[in-house]
Write a protein that binds this ligand. Structure first.
Ligand code: HPA
Ligand SMILES: [Zn+2]
Length: 337
């Protein structure tokens, strides 16, 4: 830290970041710094060379680099440094509450103990409200392109360690890996009182959104944009006010949407869907929450009213104590007056 407070002034509209992969916050310069610290060999000559690799054709092309770069994360300090860098940047973006995911299986598979991951991440999260004015919650996300039995083993291990998680998610390569493959995992997590979220309808079909709701019983859908292909599903999502955590810059970077000008998020909002905007993997997709909001203003002419509704939806869909939720919502309505 440079000693300069990142706690925002009272004028900023408060947002909750609800769709954020911590490993997706590894900026190229931090990747190289951690590689040097841990003597990890990377196939990149310098930051510019690595930066050039941050260009994708689809979800899998991103995931290949995302998992490869994780090789630099070895010690609790590495996880703490990555998490702290994100929280400081998120605070500058107007984030006041951050619900962040980690991918435990991706680290265990590389021989990094779960204890090291949790120690580093928790050290940064637990001081975040004091240091950055950002309250936090941690979700463990499971890799849908690996077997459910492995996910169950890792969940069991996390529970045995009393990991400071509030819920579970489902991520990684979506196509061909339906939510229904993870019914037992979600049953187990529900029995533990955990919150349930899942990626669905990013590259996968609308049916995966239906399965996430009906088979997994999720509280929120990450992405969900392909639900728009099914009118009956859209009506259901409106009726049930299912939170959809939409990530515009991510969708364009991974070519789920051709251009920002074509992004449906504001049309979804105006259709009564419970959408909010998030940054997903900000180091890889061209920006943090503020960058996503700025892009919507520039490319889609987002109004102040739409921006305030996105803020409000994010706070309502967050896992927050009632008093903090009420205080943040009151800040939004004061600014709308
Ligand atoms: O954008 C994503 N989609 C699916 N899985 C992921 N894991 C990290 N980021 C992503
Ligand atoms: Zn995601």
């Amino acid at each position: 830290m440079d000693g300069v407070s990142t706690v925002p002034g009272p004028a900023a509209l408060p947002f909750a970041e609800l769709h954020l992969h911590l490993e997706g916050t590894l900026e190229p310069d931090l990747v190289l710094e951690l590689a040097a610290r841990n003597a990890v060999e990377l196939p990149f000559a310098d930051v510019e060379d690595l930066r050039r690799a941050y260009a994708f054709s689809d979800l899998q092309s991103f995931l290949d680099l995302y998992y490869a770069n994780m090789a630099v994360l070895r010690t609790p300090q590495d996880f703490a440094d990555m998490t702290t860098a994100y929280l400081a940047r998120a605070a500058r973006a107007g984030v006041r509450h951050a619900e962040v995911m980690i991918d435990p299986q991706a680290h265990v598979a590389r021989g990094v103990p779960l204890e090291a991951v949790l120690e580093g991440v928790d050290e940064a999260l637990s001081t975040s409200e004091r240091d950055h004015g950002v309250s936090t919650a941690l979700f463990a996300a499971f890799l849908r392109d690996r077997p459910e039995s492995e996910a169950l083993d890792v969940l069991h291990h996390l529970l045995g360690l009393h990991a400071p998680i509030v819920g579970i998610g489902l991520d990684s390569a979506e196509a061909g890996h339906p939510p229904s493959d993870f019914a037992r995992l979600y049953d187990r997590a529900r029995a533990e009182g955990l919150h349930l979220i899942a990626h669905a309808g990013e590259e996968g079909p609308p049916q995966y959104v239906v399965e996430a709701l009906d088979v997994l019983g999720v509280d929120r859908i990450d992405h969900g944009i392909r639900a728009l292909e099914d009118d009956a599903l859209v009506q259901r999502l409106v009726d049930e006010q299912v939170p959809l955590t939409v990530c515009p810059l991510s969708n364009v970077a991974l070519r789920a949407v051709d251009r920002l000008e074509d992004h449906p998020v504001l049309a979804m909002l105006d259709r009564g869907l419970n959408v909010s905007v998030h940054s997903d993997d900000p180091a890889y997709f061209g920006g943090y929450l503020d960058d996503n909001l700025a892009a919507l203003t520039t490319s889609l002419g987002m109004t102040a009213g739409q921006r305030a509704r996105l803020a409000e939806n994010s706070i309502r869909a967050a896992v927050l104590p009632a008093d903090r939720r009420a205080a943040l919502l009151a800040e939004i309505s004061r600014q709308e007056r």
